[in-house]
Design a protein around this ligand. Structure first.
Ligand code: GDP
Ligand code: MG
Length: 441
């Protein structure tokens, strides 16, 4: 996400960063480039104007120009303004003091309501809550089926009745059911249309009035840029919304929707969707996002993801093996599986400062990891613990069994040996660095 914008802004700021002296005209010309970069990123033009003016006022001040590191100061100003533009701080979902908290998802067809409802339910479940999904898109049987399937997948109950019942009635019945079953969060998945129309708005209005949700969350597709912003604006004016879930962010190189949303609608982005998988929903943190845009990485999110997915016991065991030089191919396999659980490799590596840019243009895909997994699976138990016995004929057998080639097998063995060597070096400090492994191939 934000790749195109990120590249442009990094380029502009790099010119300023290294300089010991900045003149006013340097800043003015940088601002011109920033303005163009933002407009090309499809940010609303009023937002761009306001943004560059704010940066100008702060950057042209004496303190910046006369400071020892004027370029760095300008970078900080741009970072802080980007952060402010996206809402400043993280905006949480408000839960009712009297459960169940009812959350109503609205948005046009295909924006990602149903998928995001399931993703959010899964997050609630992980936090120890008892969510429930409610299918109110009653006009389309397929929509009910989609939600039911997702519910089964994440083991969250879905309240659905026959198509044809009024959404208000289903919503009210679902609230009763939630009370009876001790469900504390309900997510209402409402109908969407291709366009906003009166009939749909009336239906949503009725649900809002009768079922009385704690929050109405608009789900919008980031890839549609300013359309997403305009849709959010219309829904807010007509229905009133409390926040936004911006989906398909991983495919949006420009970022115009994310950057314009709050200025235009006055409503914060609470979550972003970053993939089709059920785990691909992240809380939206403006400060971290600003850092990502400026190529500073997002280590905090990375660590959080790791904490969510890495098995602590396994990690401790691994640590022990490393310190005793007993690291086998099986351990490597486990390690890589943990990494894979964290999501698409490309997304993860982009969060490491500086790495996102280096990787630009190279496709780092998960298939490399899957290949390694297959190769290790084709090894015998002895081979996994003692790579020295893997001779030419064994290599051929492993390649055949895993659907790879002998050079693939050789590469993995080389990487593994490299890793073992590296560990010797790190053993004293007890640190294992993923980055070094990835570079060792
Ligand atoms: P709805 O009509 O608003 O309920 O939209 P759906 O939830 O059915 O989603 C429409 C399509 O968008 C589906 O194919 C989803 O898998 C896809 N989708 C939803 N969120 C994301 C996301 O964050 N990233 C990507 N790549 N696809 C998404
Ligand atoms: Mg749907």
């Amino acid at each position: 996400m934000f790749e195109a914008l990120s590249e442009r802004l990094e380029g502009v700021l790099k010119k300023l960063k290294g300089r010991g002296l900045l003149r006013e005209e340097d800043i003015v010309s940088a601002l011109k480039e920033i303005k163009i970069a933002l407009l090309e990123a499809d940010v609303n033009f009023k937002v761009v104007k306001d943004f560059t003016e704010k940066v100008r006022v702060k950057a042209i001040g004496k303190e910046v120009i006369e400071s020892i590191t004027p370029g760095q100061q300008v970078v900080k100003i741009v970072h802080d303004e980007l952060c402010r533009l996206m809402g400043g701080g993280h905006s949480k979902i408000n839960l009712s003091p009297n459960p169940p908290t009812v959350l109503m998802f609205v948005g046009i067809h295909g924006s990602g309501k149903t998928t995001s409802a399931a993703k959010l339910a899964k997050r609630f479940k992980k936090d120890g809550r008892r969510p429930m999904l409610v299918a109110l898109d009653t006009a389309r049987p397929a929509a009910i089926e989609q939600l039911t399937t997702l519910g089964t997948q994440i083991d969250v109950p879905v309240y659905a009745t026959n198509p044809g019942d009024s959404p208000v009635k289903i919503g009210l019945d679902a609230v009763k059911q939630a009370h009876a079953q001790g469900r504390d969060v309900m997510i209402l998945d409402t109908a969407g249309r291709l366009h906003i129309d009166e009939q749909l708005m009336n239906e949503l209005d009725d649900i809002k009035r009768e079922v009385n949700p704690k929050e109405i969350l608009l789900v919008a597709d980031a890839m549609t840029g300013q359309d997403a912003v305009n849709i959010a604006k219309s829904f807010n004016e007509r229905l009133g919304i409390d926040g936004i879930i911006l989906t398909k962010m991983e495919g949006d190189a420009r970022g115009g929707a994310a950057l314009s949303m709050i200025s235009v609608t006055g409503k914060p982005i609470k979550f972003i969707g970053v993939g089709e998988k059920i785990d691909s929903l992240e809380p939206f943190h403006p400060d971290r996002m600003a850092s990502r845009i400026l190529g500073m990485g997002d280590v905090v999110t990375l660590v959080e993801k790791a904490q969510d997915t890495v098995d602590i016991n396994e990690a401790a065991q691994l640590q022990k093996k490393l310190s005793e030089d007993k690291f086998t191919f099986d351990d490597l396999k486990n390690q890589l599986n943990q990494i894979r659980k964290m999501g698409p490799l490309e997304n993860i590596l982009a969060m490491i400062p500086g790495l996102g840019k280096q990787l630009k243009g190279h496709s780092v895909d998960d298939r490399a990891l899957i290949k390694i997994d297959a190769i290790i699976n084709s090894m015998t138990k002895q081979e996994r613990t003692n790579y020295a016995i893997i001779n030419a004929s064994r290599k051929r057998r492993i390649a055949l069994g895993s659907g790879t080639t002998v050079p693939d097998v050789n590469r993995l063995i080389k990487q593994y040996i490299g890793m073992k060597k590296m560990m010797k070096t790190f053993r004293r400090s007890g640190k294992f660095k993923l980055g070094n492994f990835l570079n060792s191939g």
